[in-house]
Every structure is written in structure tokens, then in C-alpha cells.
Design a protein around this ligand. Structure first.
Ligand SMILES: *Cc1c(COP(=O)(O)O)cnc(C)c1O
Length: 397
């Protein structure tokens, strides 16, 4: 039996149709888009078409609002640094405690090296942003508020347009790391107040090492990478042409599949979740149940170590994650679950199942077949589980 892949928030398989679209742009159409001869013109046209495919997926008003980058991390870096340049008197950033490392590591660095004041807003037990604290943190010194569209560990969705309106009322810019949301939830950026938005190819069945930053028309942008005048002078360097073509193709496929697949994937996710919660005692669903990405299920198994569950699932041919791939391997509990103030009994025991349009009902069946036994076996060996049985049952809702 081939292994089941349920770690699509870490990366997705590049769609074979995407690979087919990319292939001619290695050796056949190899020109430099900046060249004014037939080899370059051909590539320039293809890049314009890819930009339009991405524009359509985002519901952006103009294709030139899209800057191609090397991925989500570069887009996040570029957005944060741009906002701090050229906004006289504004040197503070408002963000959250549950962002991806691509935001958190940058703001920590800015705080340390430039004395930038960073407000990291907390979340409640279901992962919802503390709106009062967010409102209170915005002020005349805020350069940028940056809040992810969807959390990569729990799938919880944030009210980004409302948050953007609040940032604008304080005269600040608003950025969203939408790496997990693009291609999974419908978007219409032309009717929203978001100024900048990050996305990544490999999270939506496109290639790795390519992404984009959306910058709304009229928003001042200072490049992170200076060089040639590619991307209208906003991102120097000869374009990653096969990557951009692949991202465009992936965007077109995502848009074509969005409605039908998000419904189908959500039904699979819900069946997986309900099966696990019903069959296995002392399990907690992490995230706001009715307000999440359709593909993500984050479940904590109390009194267990998520790493052990992951290892056993992997041996049974099921690939999952304990949270963010970037922090796996460490024994520190997830910063997201910590911010959600999970009970100590559950903090170390979370597993993230993340599905995609490539998953089937059989994949869910496999999990429901093997997981209850894995949990029972691990709990039989767990001192924490045994000790719990001596405690009053009331403390284990
Ligand atoms: C994966 C991810 C990133 C990083 O994107 P890369 O293209 O891998 O650099 C940033 N933010 C979130 C929320 C992600 O899930």
C-alpha cells in the first residue's frame, strides 16, 4: 500500500499538469523576458499570462499588483520591511502570536536590531484574535498591521478585511500572510482593504521556490531585492520563468477546482475529525470549529506526545505533522497551541491532518482504521495516562 499524504499544509504535490506547463520553459522557451528579440518576447508573453492567472485567483483589480518572489517567506519579509520604509513617524508593527516563522522571526529581528516596537496580539482558546487588544495596539505610530488569513496549524480564519479597515482607520497599512488561504478560500481583493498579501506556489500544488506578493495599486512599495528593473523595479533579478509559469498554472487549476473541491475536502476532513473524536477518548479539536480552512484538522490526544503519535502513524503509512513543519523535531510545544492556552495535558499531543484535492475517502478510512489502536497502545505505555486514572474523572472533560 502506498503511503497516505495528509501533510498538505507543509507542502503539496506539484500537479502533473503544472509540471507539463513548466517544461517548455526550460530548454525550449529559454529566453530572458527583458530581451527585445523573439526569444525574450515569447517568455514575456508567458509571464503576462501567468500574472493574469494569479490575478484571477486573487480577484485583484490589476495584474501589475502582483510581484513574483521566491516564495511565502520572501513575500512576508518584503511586506514588513517595505512598510517600515518611507512612512515618516511610523515605526511600530502590530501582529499576532500565532503567525508563521516567516513573520515572527522577522519582527523579532527588527525589534532587536532596529528598536521597532512590535505588538503581538493574543488569541483565545479557539484561536480567535483578541479584537480589543488589536484595536488598542493600533495608533499613530503603527506602520503596519500584519495578520495571517488562515493559521497553518489549526486552519482558523481571521477576519482580515475588518482588521484591514481598523488598521486604515489608524492610518496604518495592512498585510496578510495568506499562504495557507490562497486556493482554499475564495478571494476578491479588489473589494477588500488589504494592502499587501503573501502567497506561495508549493502550498497550492505549484512548484517550490516561487511565490508572490500582492501590493494594491497606490500602496507605496520599497523593494527588498534591488537590481534590474524586473517586476517594474520592485524585485530585481532575472525571473524564475518555469516557476512563474507553474504558479500561474497552479492558480488556474486552484480557481477551477475551488468550489467543488473545498466542499468535497471539507466533507472528508469532517468525517476524519468526527471519527477520531468519537472513537478516541480524551481528544480535543483545536481551532474555531465553524471558521476554519476546509482541509485542516488539528487534534490533540491528551497525555501523549505528538511526536510519538506521528512516528506510529508514519510506520502505518500515514504522513502527518505535529504542527508547523518548521518547528517539528523540537520538543517545544507549538507556539500557536501555547498561545491558545491549551490544557497542559494536551499541549504536547497535537497532530495536524491537512488534506488536499488529491485525497480520497480511502485515505480517511486508513486513518480511522489504525489510529485508535495506536493511541490505545501509546497510552498503555504512558505514565501520564496511568497517573490520570488516579485523578477525579471530572477534571477530564
Ligand atoms: C509555508 C508558509 C510560509 C512560507 O512559505 P514558503 O514559500 O515555504 O517560504 C509562510 N506562511 C505560512 C502561513 C505558511 O504556511
Amino acid at each position: 500500500m502506498s503511503p497516505v499524504y495528509l501533510d498538505n499544509n507543509a507542502t503539496t504535490r506539484t500537479d502533473p499538469a503544472v509540471v507539463q506547463a513548466m517544461l517548455p520553459f526550460f530548454s525550449e522557451h529559454f529566453g530572458n523576458a527583458s530581451s527585445t528579440h523573439v526569444f525574450g518576447e515569447k517568455v514575456g508573453e508567458a509571464l503576462r499570462a501567468a500574472r493574469k492567472q494569479l490575478q484571477a485567483l486573487l480577484g485583484a483589480a490589476y495584474d501589475h499588483e502582483i510581484i513574483f518572489t521566491s516564495g511565502g517567506t520572501e513575500s512576508d519579509n518584503a511586506a514588513l520591511l517595505s512598510a517600515l520604509e518611507g512612512q515618516e513617524g511610523r515605526d511600530e508593527i502590530v501582529t499576532t502570536k500565532v503567525e508563521h516563522q516567516a513573520i515572527l522571526a522577522v519582527v523579532a529581528h527588527l525589534e532587536k536590531t532596529r528598536g521597532i516596537k512590535v505588538h503581538q496580539i493574543g488569541v483565545d482558546r479557539q484561536g480567535r484574535l483578541d479584537m480589543d487588544a488589536y484595536a488598542a495596539a493600533l495608533g499613530p505610530r503603527t506602520a503596519l498591521a500584519s495578520v495571517m488569513w488562515a493559521n497553518n496549524e489549526t486552519g482558523t480564519l481571521f477576519p482580515v478585511n475588518e482588521l484591514a479597515q481598523m488598521a486604515h482607520a489608524a492610518g496604518a497599512l495592512f498585510h496578510s500572510d495568506a499562504v495557507q488561504a490562497v486556493g482554499k478560500v475564495p478571494m476578491d481583493l479588489k473589494s477588500m482593504e488589504i494592502d499587501m498579501l503573501s502567497l506561495s506556489g508549493h502550498k497550492l500544488h505549484g512548484p517550490k521556490g516561487i511565490g508572490a506578493l500582492y501590493v494594491k495599486k497606490g500602496v507605496k512599495f520599497k523593494p527588498l531585492i534591488r537590481g534590474g528593473h524586473q517586476e517594474r523595479g520592485r524585485r530585481g533579478g532575472t525571473e524564475n520563468v518555469p516557476g512563474i509559469i507553474g504558479l500561474g498554472a497552479a492558480a488556474e487549476l486552484a480557481l477551477a477546482h475551488l468550489e467543488e473541491e473545498s466542499t468535497r475536502v471539507k466533507a472528508l476532513r469532517d468525517r476524519l475529525e468526527q471519527g477520531v473524536l468519537q472513537q478516541i477518548p480524551h481528544t480535543l479539536l483545536n481551532g474555531e470549529p465553524g471558521n476554519r480552512l476546509p482541509n485542516t484538522a488539528n487534534i490533540a490526544f491528551e497525555y501523549l506526545d505528538g511526536e510519538a503519535v506521528l512516528t506510529h502513524l508514519n510506520r502505518a503509512g500515514i504522513a502527518t505533522s505535529t504542527g508547523s513543519a518548521c518547528t517539528s523535531g523540537s520538543t517545544e510545544p507549538s507556539h500557536v497551541l501555547r498561545a491558545m492556552d491549551l490544557p497542559a495535558t494536551a499541549l504536547h499531543g497535537a497532530i495536524r491532518f491537512s488534506l488536499s484535492r488529491e485525497n480520497s475517502g480511502e485515505d480517511v478510512d486508513r486513518v480511522l482504521e489504525v489510529l485508535p489502536d495506536i493511541i490505545t497502545k501509546l497510552r498503555d505505555m504512558s505514565p501520564a495516562w496511568k497517573n490520570r486514572q488516579g485523578e477525579p474523572a471530572s477534571s477530564h472533560a
